[in-house]
Design a binder for this molecule. Structure first.
Ligand SMILES: [Cu+2]
Length: 370
């Protein structure tokens, strides 16, 4: 295939992509006053994981904060104008707001805009929802990641969670206390036990490569991802630990179904390059259908088969209850936990080979229901 771009002719798409300068230090067009503002730099350091291994990681950090992995949680309210001032020190890098779909200049994809050489302020608007309307509303679980030499930079750790919280509508008020809705007319959940779950697998050979490895067409092994470390990252969002460290998930607290507290919400962000399966079971090893899927990739599950407002499936007779959740790269699921009784349950996460589907790695965490 020959690709032509104005005065050049390229032998391939790779050749074309590799030859783009596309580095710039532009000003943000049509800039407005932000409601939410973050500043992100880039760090490069070895971090110790919960299996005792240390790996060289690259990720994003706020100037005054820890150099931790995953990168800082960014939380935005529907209706907000959001700004992120990004100044990569070991660039160029970008920030892609995965699932948000802003205009190309603010979408952080170098091939359709530019990579940041200097500083850039990304700007986008979080669209407010409306009860019963399946077509609008940004509330949900997303993530942000670098989109330069993407497979490598994401594997190196350049990713962080992004959550958009809904506006409150008078017909769907929020109960007093530590409660929030997942989306405008969605179910309420307990803020205190809200948990981020980021499965991530790591191939140490990739963590020896340079910033632009493979970009000039040479084979550096980026077609071969052979993870030997498997991690469950995250934890209770209200209790993220401090320090230059990996945020590891060891246990999940969940509120028992039917109790006074609202259900626990687990926000799954799949940071892997392979198929994965998550299972819920009890101490006998029996599957427990305690997981209710309420949204996927920032889009609520709604009943759309009838005329009129399309309700959250949570408020219909067709709740999406399951004991097994399959997901792949970059997928997000918002999962309410409904453990039937107090006690201990388990969540097992399995990483599967792309082709053979054999289990390459597995991790289990305890879910303590009270
Ligand atoms: Cu990058």
């Amino acid at each position: 295939m020959t690709v032509t771009n104005h005065d050049h002719t390229y032998d391939s798409q790779v050749d074309f992509s590799s030859d783009q300068v596309q580095e710039d230090n532009p000003v943000t067009e049509h800039i407005e006053e932000p409601d939410t503002y973050v500043e992100l730099g880039v760090f490069n350091r070895r971090l110790r994981f919960d299996d005792g291994a240390t790996h060289l990681m690259w990720s994003f950090a706020k100037p005054e904060s820890d150099r931790a992995f995953p990168a800082p949680l960014i939380r935005v309210n529907e209706g907000d104008i959001f700004h992120a001032r990004v100044h990569p020190s070991m660039g160029p890098h970008t920030v892609h707001w995965h699932g948000i779909e802003p205009d190309p200049r603010n979408d952080g994809v170098g091939h359709t805009s530019f990579e940041i050489d200097g500083t850039y302020t990304y700007q986008w608007h979080a669209e407010p929802g409306w009860p019963g309307d399946p077509n609008i509303g940004a509330a949900g679980t997303y993530f942000y990641h670098c989109h330069v030499n993407t497979p490598l930079h994401v594997q190196m750790g350049m990713l962080g969670p992004l959550i958009i919280d809904p506006v409150v509508h008078p017909v769907f008020p929020v109960t007093e206390g530590v409660t929030r809705r997942a989306f405008i007319d969605g179910p309420e959940y307990d803020i205190d036990t809200e948990t981020l779950l980021v499965p991530y697998s790591l191939d140490p050979t990739w963590h020896t490569l340079g910033h632009a490895a493979g970009l000039s067409g040479e084979d550096v092994g980026l077609n071969l991802f052979e993870p030997s470390h498997f991690y469950l990252l995250g934890g209770e969002m209200a209790r993220r630990p401090r320090g230059d460290r990996v945020w590891s998930l060891s246990t999940i607290r969940a509120n028992v179904a039917g109790g006074e507290r609202k259900p626990t919400l687990v926000r799954l962000l799949n940071a892997n390059y392979m198929p994965t399966t998550m299972r819920f079971f009890n101490h006998n090893g029996d599957p427990v259908r305690m997981a209710e899927l309420i949204a996927h990739d920032g889009r609520p599950f709604r009943e759309t088969s009838r005329h009129g407002p399309s309700r959250s499936c949570h408020f219909t007779d067709n709740r999406l209850m399951t004991d097994i959740v399959a997901s792949g790269a970059a997928e997000r699921y918002d999962i309410l936990l409904h453990p039937p009784e107090p006690g201990e349950y388990y969540l097992t996460f399995e990483w599967e080979h792309w082709i053979r589907r054999e289990v390459m790695g597995s991790r289990t965490v305890t879910i303590t229901a009270s």
